[in-house]
Design a protein around this ligand. Structure first.
Ligand code: ADP
Ligand code: MG
Ligand code: MG
Ligand code: MG
Length: 401
C-alpha cells in the first residue's frame, strides 16, 4: 500500500473507500479518530447518509500512553489481525469481522461495533448483560481448548506458536503486572492516600513468592494461544451480543491468564460500586449480579471446556489417565484465581488504571474502592494455590467486602 507512516484522517478515508462492498463509489465519508486505548490509532470512517461505517486500527511505532520514548513493534498489528481471524474461526460471532490487514501500514480494517458499548463503561452505568457469561465462556473455551495440546495436534501447535512470539508486548505484561507493582518502580502510579498499601506490597515477601510463581507460569507455560489483554475495555457488549477486540498481546501462555483477566475486571467493578450505585440496596443488588456473573463465567467455562475435551480431545493419554482431567481443571482454576489477583493489584498501584475506580468523583469513596480492590486482589494471590472451588473464591470476595 505504502511505506509506514501514521495515517491522516484524509488518508484513512481514501483507504476505507477501497474496501469492497462497504461504501458506494463517491460517497461523502467522515472520519473521527476515536482511539481511547493506550497504544494505537483508531479511525471510525462513516457515510452518515447511508448509515455505513468501518474501523481502521493502526499501530503506532511507540506506546501512545507514554510517547515516542517507548518504542513498540509494529508487528503487533499482524499478531492482532491474525489472532482476530483465528478467534473468529474458533468462536464465530464473538469477534469483529476483519476485512483487511496491511502489513506496511500496520493497519487492520474491521467491522464497526459502535452499536455496542465498551463493557467497562456499560458496567459503570450499571448495565445488565444476561448473555455475557454464556458468550465469554464460549469464547474462552473454544479459543483456549482448540489452541492447546488437548484440542490440537501437538506438532502443529509447536509450529503455530512461532507466529505468535510476542516478546515486546509480553515484556509490558511481565514488567507492569508481575514486577513493578511489587517494588518502588518509576512507572507505578497511585493515589497518595494509599501509599501505605503500595509500601505494604513492596515489603510482602509471601506475596512476592506467589507472584514469582505466577510470573514463572506466564514466562514458561505455553499452554494455549491467549488473547493476552482480556479486560472489560477489550469487550464490546449489548444485552444480546458480546464481541472481543484488541488481541495485540496474543501469545502462547497459561490459559488462566485470560480467564483471570475477565474475573479481575468484573471484581474491579465490584470494588467500585459505592461510586456508582445511588442506594445501598442498588449497590447490594449490583454486587450480587457481578458475583453471580463471576461464578457463571467460571462454571460455564469449565463445563464447556470439559465437554470439548470429552468429545474432541486429540490427546489420548491426557484423556484417559485417571484423575488427570480433574487435576488439570483444578490447576486451571488456581491459575485463574492467582492471575486475577495480579491483574487487580496492578490496576490500583501500577501504570495503567481502570476508569471504574479512577473516575469515582468523591475522594474518600475512591480511596475505599482502591483499598477494597487491593484487599480482594491480595487475597486471590495469597490463596491461589489453596483454593479448590469457585465457591471459595466467591466467599473470599464477600469476606473482603
Ligand atoms: P488499543 O489497542 O489502543 O487499546 P482498542 O482496540 O482497544 O485499541 O481500541 C480503542 C478504542 O477504539 C476502543 O475502546 C473503542 O472505543 C474503539 N474501537 C476499537 N475497535 C473498534 C471497533 N471494531 N468498532 C468500534 N469501535 C472500536
Ligand atoms: Mg484496548
Ligand atoms: Mg491515608
Ligand atoms: Mg490494545
Amino acid at each position: 500500500m505504502s511505506t509506514y507512516h501514521p495515517l491522516s484522517e484524509a488518508e484513512a478515508i481514501e483507504i476505507a473507500r477501497t474496501i469492497e462492498g462497504v461504501f458506494e463509489p463517491g460517497a461523502k465519508l467522515v472520519s473521527r479518530e476515536i482511539g481511547d486505548g493506550n497504544l494505537n490509532l483508531v479511525f471510525h470512517i462513516s457515510d452518515p447518509a447511508a448509515g455505513r461505517s468501518i474501523i481502521l486500527k493502526q499501530a503506532l511505532p511507540y506506546a501512545k500512553v507514554v510517547g515516542e520514548s517507548w518504542p513498540l513493534t509494529l508487528d503487533r498489528a499482524r499478531i492482532e489481525s491474525e489472532a482476530l481471524i483465528l478467534e473468529g474461526q474458533l468462536a464465530p460471532g464473538l469477534v469483529p469481522n476483519v476485512y483487511l490487514y496491511d502489513k506496511d501500514l500496520a493497519l487492520t480494517i474491521m467491522e464497526d461495533l459502535s452499536d455496542h458499548v465498551i463493557m467497562r463503561q456499560g458496567l459503570m452505568n450499571s448495565g445488565r448483560y444476561p448473555l455475557f457469561a454464556e458468550h465469554i465462556s464460549t469464547f474462552l473455551a473454544q479459543t483456549l481448548f482448540f489452541t492447546s495440546d488437548l484440542g490440537h495436534n501437538q506438532q502443529e501447535k509447536k509450529l503455530r506458536t512461532s507466529g505468535f512470539i510476542n516478546p515486546e508486548l509480553c515484556k509490558i505484561t511481565e514488567d507492569l503486572i508481575f514486577d513493578h507493582p511489587y517494588t518502588d518502580a518509576d512507572t507505578n502510579s497511585f493515589d497518595p492516600a494509599i501509599r501505605d498499601e503500595a509500601e505494604a506490597l513492596w515489603n510482602d515477601g509471601a506475596l512476592h513468592l506467589e507472584v514469582a510463581l505466577l510470573r514463572e507460569k506466564f514466562l514458561t507455560h505455553s499452554q494455549a494461544l491467549l488473547h493476552g489483554d482480556l479486560h472489560t475495555g477489550s469487550i464490546f457488549i449489548t444485552p444480546e451480543s458480546t464481541k472481543v477486540i484488541d488481541p495485540e498481546f496474543a501469545y502462547y501462555g497459561p490459559m488462566g491468564f485470560d480467564i483471570g483477566a475477565v474475573i479481575a475486571n468484573l471484581l474491579l467493578n465490584f470494588a467500585s460500586r459505592e461510586g456508582w450505585d445511588k442506594t445501598a440496596a442498588e449497590r447490594e443488588e449490583y454486587e450480587a449480579y457481578l458475583l453471580q456473573t463471576v461464578k457463571d463465567v467460571l462454571e460455564k467455562f469449565e463445563a464447556k471446556f470439559l465437554a470439548l475435551w470429552n468429545e474432541q480431545g486429540v490427546d489420548r493419554l491426557a484423556g484417559s489417565a485417571p484423575g488427570y482431567k480433574e487435576n488439570y481443571m483444578q490447576r486451571l482454576l488456581q491459575d485463574t484465581i492467582g492471575f486475577a489477583g495480579c491483574k487487580m493489584v496492578r490496576r490500583i498501584v501500577g501504570l495503567a488504571h481502570v476508569a471504574d475506580i479512577d473516575k469515582i468523583q468523591d475522594a474518600a469513596v475512591r480511596e475505599r474502592a482502591q483499598r477494597l480492590a487491593l484487599r480482594i486482589g491480595k487475597t486471590l494471590i495469597a490463596s491461589n494455590r489453596s483454593f479448590t472451588s469457585v465457591n471459595q473464591l466467591i466467599d473470599a470476595v464477600q469476606t473482603a467486602n
